[in-house]
Design a protein. Sequence first.
Length: 367
Amino acid sequence: MKATIERATLLKGLSHVQSVVERRNTIPILSNVLIEATAEGRLKLMATDLDLQINESIAAAVDQPGATTVSAHTLFDIARKLPEGAQVSLTAADGRMAIVAGRARFSLGTLPRDDFPVIAEGELPTRFELPAETLKQIIDKTRFAISTEETRYYLNGIFLHLADGMLKAAATDGHRLARVTVAKPEGLDAMPDVIVPRKCIAELRKLLDEVDGSVGVSLSATKIRFDLGPAVLTSKLIDGTFPDYTRVIPTGNDKILKIDPKSFMQGVDRVSTIATEKTRAVKMALDRDRITLSVTSPENGTAAEEVPGDYAAAPFEIGFNSRYLMDILGQIGTDVVEIHLADAAAPTLIREGDDAAALYVLMPMRV
């Protein structure tokens, strides 16, 4: 195999694929990127961790088609440190890859391409397109609520499903819930309920920043594929049943607080400065058009701040995990957020308005 490629093009392609590769691998070839030079003048890059796979195709001057695998992180680091504008020559033969750019020369060990594992996609019967902006919105407004608890593996992703004639995405860690509703894509009449894993979501979000227009989505009950132009991301889905989250969305919360999310978030941030890592609890005392935020920490002391808000129901007190509350407030894009409360022990509903695409549910804490 022999090919020449512009350094910036190589670096961009490698930056996409190398982040899928785990730093520590018991199987040596999983540390590698598969590089295939084709007669059509393309360099195909591929990396996998056996659950997630990324393919990228970039333009190159190919003198001799062929394929090999080489350490993904090492090649990426080399490309990163090469001078801007350099032409990089890649030559693979006899178990080595020679990388030459200007006066710099490297020789890396390779492993045969035939040993490289490929995720078998099988049939992906459900196909639709989503605007890249819609997909970004779905991810940004839900992924902070994805659970990181390995024991409840079925919560380690975003749940995509059709309901009420709409496409819905939900994530929860048991303490908070985020859900986004978007219009059902054209041609999508039926699809299985799927849970897209956290790592796939993270890689997809990075790639979306470079996509204009639409993303092709193909899926079955076990796999999902995102077609992002030059890059294709394929992932196994989480094999589990997502809980019926609709049961925890409160419908009868009659105490409504309307407040500016920015100043509210800043107030919560200030008083929680003295909260301990363990509790992170902030208390909200609600009175007519006056909300008092307070934190009491046995080690650090106390903090309190009044924030203005529109509230006309009966006075009461409720506590929240300050970080969870700030995570939700950080997603609000309007000047006013509606917080629907019931009592100090009941789930609280947070949303931008009645017809907003996103809604959030936060469980209170004892304070």
